[in-house]
Design a protein around this ligand. Structure first.
Ligand code: PMP
Length: 401
């Protein structure tokens, strides 16, 4: 008989291990640059005031806690799709655009991966090298036999390896799923130009590949919510069928409420009924139905003009703070370490800076300077503030010397 003790020994997931070490560190100097949560200047996790308002409205309006349907709150999903694609009224009514509320962005990827594996017979997924660490796991746990990383960043020049990227996806077999970070690429902060997106779309159309967008930082790359969906809208205008996993964790500073949406865009809506049933069955078997509170708060904000205006302006301020911090960090590093170029700090976009450090350097920063980041040297830019920025810059230069 099998025994639990026979289960293979595995190490902890990188992030969790680093976070545990951070929590156990008693030094007053310690700096947390680990997770992608938006921090205030004093280091605390920020909650958008408009989210708090919307949450109070949800609590007041709640009459009972009846189950939601497996696909969640329809109005929420529709608003989410609108945020992504603009005016979708007719497409929605025609069954060509369809959304399902998910448990965060991860849940949207999971539902999509299950759907592609079970009902589209997809077995191969391509995702960038490097990428957000869960992409490979989500798809292999859903039965994808081939997980292939396409070249994305040239580790010598620290730029996008566009030739490598094109070559790799040009070799992808028909019906491969290709994960594309729509904006604010995690962890590199390097986004494709519009010209490059056009080329990728051409190759993918030629090769008959299935785009699966992942958007977790909408508005945080360019500072403009609509601009950051450019790539998705371009693929849409080119007539692709595609999926998109949206995470609202960062956009609404609601990490533990697990708000996300999976959008499916198809050429013809005639099969929409069956498609919905397949998705419902997947959700039923995973967790039956989603929870209400976070998604309802997001829905309030997206559907109420007054709340929406407040949200979009405070959201702009968040994006502006990240750009400010990048500039200040680059300046501090340049002052301390002119022997190296630091332009990539302001060239990269979004919530993360990739410092391109070795594992030993990351460990040194942790052990000697009490600065915590994940192994590739990925820094949550909002973990920096005007109190610790020069300390962090000095420590990085010390580590590099
Ligand atoms: N995709 C990317 C690229 C991410 O960075 C993240 C969050 N770190 C997710 C998906 C998952 O988002 P969520 O926390 O909403 O599940």
């Amino acid at each position: 008989m099998v025994q639990f003790s026979d289960v293979p020994v595995v190490g902890q997931v990188g992030y969790i291990e680093v976070n545990t070490a951070f929590q156990n560190d008693v030094s007053p100097l310690k700096v947390d640059l680990i997770y992608g949560t938006f921090r205030s200047e004093d280091g605390s996790i920020y909650l958008l005031p408009v989210v708090k308002r919307a949450e109070n409205m949800v609590v007041n309006d709640t009459l009972n806690h009846d189950y939601l349907s497996p696909t969640g709150i329809e109005g929420f999903s529709k608003s989410a799709c609108r945020l992504l694609l603009g005016d979708i009224e007719k497409l929605w009514n025609d069954g060509k655009v369809f959304g399902v509320q998910s448990i965060g962005g991860t849940g949207a990827l999971k539902i999509g991966a299950e759907f592609l594996s079970r009902h589209m017979n997809c077995t191969t997924v391509y995702y960038p090298d490097p990428s957000w660490e869960m992409h490979g796991a989500v798809f292999s746990f859903s039965g994808f036999q081939n997980k292939i990383q396409y070249r994305y960043m040239n580790r010598e020049t620290l730029e996008i390896d566009f030739e490598g990227l094109c070559e790799d996806i040009s070799n992808a077999p028909v019906d491969s799923v290709v994960i594309l970070h729509a904006c604010g690429h995690n962890p590199t902060g390097l986004d494709l130009s519009k010209e490059q997106w056009r080329t990728i779309a051409e190759i993918m159309k030629e090769r008959k590949l299935i785009p699966f967008f992942d958007i977790a930082y909408q508005g945080m790359a360019s500072g403009d919510i609509e601009e950051d969906t450019w790539a998705i809208r371009h693929f849409h205008s080119e007539g692709f069928e595609f999926l998109c996993a949206q995470s609202f964790s960062k956009m609404f500073t609601m990490y533990n409420e697990r708000v996300g949406n999976l959008t499916i865009v198809q050429k013809s809506g005639h099969n929409i009924g069956s498609l919905k049933v397949h998705i419902e069955r997947i959700v039923r078997s995973l967790y039956s139905s989603p929870s209400n509170h976070g998604a309802m708060a997001v829905f309030q904000i997206l559907s109420n003009p007054e709340l929406y205006d407040e949200w979009s302006s405070s959201f702009k301020a968040m994006a502006a703070r990240m750009i400010e911090l990048r500039k200040a960090f680059r300046k501090a590093l340049e002052e301390e370490g002119a022997f190296r170029k630091w332009n990539h700090i302001t060239d990269q976009k979004g919530m993360f800076i990739l410092l391109h450090l070795t594992d030993n350097q990351v460990e040194y920063l942790r052990n000697f300077h009490h600065i915590y980041m994940v192994n590739s040297g990925r820094v949550n830019v909002t973990g920096l503030n005007f109190t610790n920025i020069s300390y962090v810059a000095k420590a990085i230069i010390d580590t590099l010397r």
